[in-house]
Design a protein around this ligand. Structure first.
Ligand code: ADP
Ligand code: ZN
Length: 750
């Protein structure tokens, strides 16, 4: 920079605008950059405080420049550079810039999503450790004391004279903080000016994997060797291990093998609170504690984990979605557990896929990544088939445990009592009598999904959404599961005054039925209503693990990798909810759910059994899944996707819009569709813009929702199209009260 006074900072600021903002560097910083002072130097990745509109904001410097498109007189000067060192490691920083580009999302919001709140609010990136040293006055005082009073103060002086500069914490063992302050007040000691440690400078000791009695199976050994063997090269390993096959053991050994003396490992999990077992296994087996990152942490805890990752002190970081952005200057391996899990995709704001970004990060960092699952996503299977991923298979459970036997129960041929077929009731009784525990899966919380008048057909619906109200009993309310609205329970029809009936079975009702059918066997219920807090989940899972609860009923939360050895039977009450859904991914989700829930049975010495209730026992999807297994199902589902040109054989983006007035949504989306550059449209590899179409739930919380679907032959075609089109959409006059967003690689076309 020739003229340091006009050094320009390109700053990412947390606003919905897809651009960076130019500022003049603060004067002292410009001087530092020119080498004139040793203040914080502006460099990409540091935080900066800038004037923004009428307020002040924190931003991230993304680049330095010596000119701006704006005339110099219009540029404002940044107030202050906050950090001496970039917040991110170089790969993590590049990943964020790339992600903003790939998802066509405002870069300021991307950086905001990647940082703990405390850092966005200006807290220091490093814990401030104060180092105390003797002043000249203090030194002469030790040599020729002016008097003999205050012996403790003199002892502190002697201590520093002998040992050299010490931190407050190091002095604290022998000296009260009040003593330190008193000595400092006499001018005998002072804080030594600290220079910031670069990321990775405080690398923790290499964690040692404690030996265990577990001897790897052949398949596990092959997997570990392949992962460790890929060394410091980028390689994606798709670890397809059936439920209970010991994937965690593979992760542990691969990490131990790859982080060595200087490396760090990142382990992504779908939901930490639901799978305390995985974290516990890492704690038990490694001799140093992993840093844990998830959304349930208090701001200070989160910052602390972030700092430990950045300094290198934490050699293993376990976290949910946003941990993919953790600063890891010594990254050596990434593990994504349950890679198919939808919770890796952020559903609002910056809609990234942590699984996909993890692969992108591994590529940039040139390290291995393991994607583990019993039910890999179709796109990962396709990547393996294409040779882009290395497929590793754990085909069976180790030791005595065997895969559970799956059986369909035809709901049309058996008497049904409140959702339970006679064969299911008989099987539950048998397993309970044999001392086994039982899981009942129903992906619907509440008491009943519908409140219905048999006389006139009236149904209780939400006043704000196109949806029915769910009946809840404890507490007794009618609640909308889409907008949260609730009303007092009704017993008489609003239309004709006759009695109302709850129809269908939510988990609350299932729990009630189980208590009636199997008195004397304690039932535990796992859904968002029973485990609103972290502690409640732990307590409930503990009740199941210790055997207190004999029957566990729950929703999707049951699918998340729980390892309870005494579960003998799993009953899936209603497999049909997903069979006829319109979304292209519904079949994949249903198959994954069935296999994952089924995988909770028979994990110990006890043989497992799975009953799947359905009214469509001949449905080809169910048959294939039960008779031939997940892989056969996946092959079939992929063939269908290819024929219909759905992902992974096409790339999608969804432009969603919502407003109170449906006409505004429609007008906006039509105008956006008309802006599509015609040169990029159509053809086999070209782009198609479909819609506007209403969302499945066309009205939610009084807002009308619709979308345009953008479909392209491949990634680069989609990217080119969006790069051309979005800036024009941004310039459309936005109708009053309308919100819109773009979702690249949407999980659902809705
Ligand atoms: P997954 O994650 O594949 O569902 P887990 O890692 O939870 O499976 O392992 C299931 C159980 O098998 C755990 O209790 C684990 O300790 C045990 N296990 C793993 N590998 C072995 C092995 N090689 N021999 C014996 N038991 C094992
Ligand atoms: Zn509602």
């Amino acid at each position: 920079m020739e003229n340091s006074e006009s050094l320009i900072l390109q700053v990412a600021i947390d606003t919905p605008l897809r651009r960076v903002f130019d500022y003049l560097a603060p004067l002292h910083a410009a001087a530092a950059s020119a080498g004139a002072t040793d203040g914080p130097r502006p460099q990409p990745g540091v935080r900066v405080r800038v004037p923004f509109g009428r307020s002040t904001k924190l931003g991230i410097v993304v680049a330095l420049a010596d000119r701006s498109a704006l005339p110099r007189a219009k540029l404002k000067r940044a107030h202050e550079i906050i950090d001496r060192e970039p917040l991110f490691d170089p790969v993590g920083f590049e990943l964020l810039r790339w992600a903003a580009d790939y998802y066509h999302h405002p870069i300021g919001e991307v950086f905001a999503a990647a940082l703990p709140v405390a850092l966005r609010e200006g807290r220091a990136a490093q814990e401030r450790t104060v180092l105390w040293e003797l002043t000249a006055l203090g030194l002469s005082e030790t040599e020729s004391p002016s008097d003999r009073r205050a012996p403790t103060q003199r002892a502190l002086l002697a201590h520093l004279a002998v040992n050299g500069p010490r931190t407050t914490a190091e002095c604290a063992g022998e000296f009260d903080p009040a003593i330190i302050r008193a000595v400092a007040a006499r001018g005998w000691i002072r804080e030594r000016p600290q220079t910031a440690l670069p990321a990775g400078a405080a690398l923790g000791v290499a964690p040692v994997l404690r030996s265990s009695s577990i001897e790897l199976t052949d398949a596990q050994r092959v997997a570990v060797d392949a992962i460790v063997g890929s060394g410091t090269r980028f390689a994606v390993h798709l670890l397809h291990g059936v439920t209970g096959s010991g994937k965690t053991e593979v992760y542990l050994r691969a990490i131990a093998g790859l982080i060595g003396e200087r490396g760090q490992a990142l382990v992504l999990v779908p939901e930490i609170s639901l799978t305390p077992q995985l974290v516990q296994r890492f704690r038990d087996r490694f001799d140093s504690a992993p840093a844990i990152m998830h959304s349930g942490l208090a701001a200070g805890e989160r910052l602390d984990a972030w700092r430990r990752a950045r300094s290198g002190e934490a050699r293993i970081v376990i976290g949910t979605r946003s941990a993919v952005f953790a600063p890891l200057p010594r990254l050596a391996l990434i593990v994504v557990d349950e890679e198919h899990d939808p919770s890796y995709k952020q559903h609002e704001g910056f809609r990234y896929s942590a699984r996909d970004l993890a692969v992108a990060r591994a590529r940039r960092a040139n390290v291995a990544i393991v994607l583990g699952s019993a039910t890999p996503s179709l796109e990962s299977l396709e990547n393996a088939a294409q040779g882009r991923y290395v497929k590793l298979t754990l085909p069976e459970r180790p030791g005595a445990a065997r895969a559970a036997r799956m059986r369909l129960v035809d709901l049309r041929r058996h008497a049904v009592d409140h959702g339970f077929s006679q064969p299911a009731i008989a099987a539950i009784a048998t397993h309970l009598a044999a001392g086994a525990q039982v899981i009942v899966f129903q992906n619907r919380r509440g008491y009943a999904p519908t409140l219905y008048c048999a006389a006139c057909g009236w149904v209780a619906t939400c006043a704000h959404c196109d949806a029915r109200l769910t009946v809840h009993r404890h507490p007794a309310v009618l609640r909308c599961h889409h907008c949260g609205a609730q009303r007092a329970p009704a017993s008489h029809c609003e239309a004709c005054g006759r009695d109302l009936h709850p129809v269908g079975h939510g988990t609350e009702r299932i729990e009630e039925t189980l208590a009636r059918l199997f008195p004397g066997h304690a039932v535990a219920r796992l859904d968002r209503d029973t485990v609103a807090t972290r502690g409640a989940i732990d307590a409930l899972l503990a009740r199941v693990r210790c055997g207190d609860a004999r029957i566990l009923v729950g929703t999707q939360m049951l699918t998340k990798g729980h390892d309870f050895p005494e579960i003998g039977l799993v009953v899936i009450l209603d497999a049909d909810q997903g069979l006829f859904a319109t979304d292209y991914r519904a079949a994949e989700r249903l198959a994954q759910t069935i296999i994952q829930v089924a995988g909770r049975a028979g994990r110990g010495a006890r043989p497992g059994e799975v009953l799947i209730q359905t009214e469509f026992p001949d449905h080809p999807l169910l048959r294939l899944l039960i008779d031939a297994g997940y892989e056969a199902f996946a092959a079939q589902a992929l063939a269908e996707r290819r024929a219909a040109r759905w992902p992974p054989y096409a790339r999608l983006a969804l432009l969603r819009a919502d407003a109170k007035d449906p006409a505004r949504v429609d007008t906006f989306l039509r105008a956006a569709a008309r802006l599509a550059p015609s040169s990029l449209l159509g053809g086999d590899r070209g782009v198609n813009v479909l819609g506007p179409a209403n969302a499945l739930l066309a009205r939610r919380a009084d807002r009308h929702r619709a979308h345009l679907l953008i479909e392209a032959g491949d990634r680069s075609a989609l990217h080119r199209f969006l790069g051309d089109w979005l800036p024009q959409v941004e310039n459309l006059p936005a109708p009053h009260g309308l919100r819109w967003s773009l979702d690249v690689d949407p999980l659902e076309v809705d």
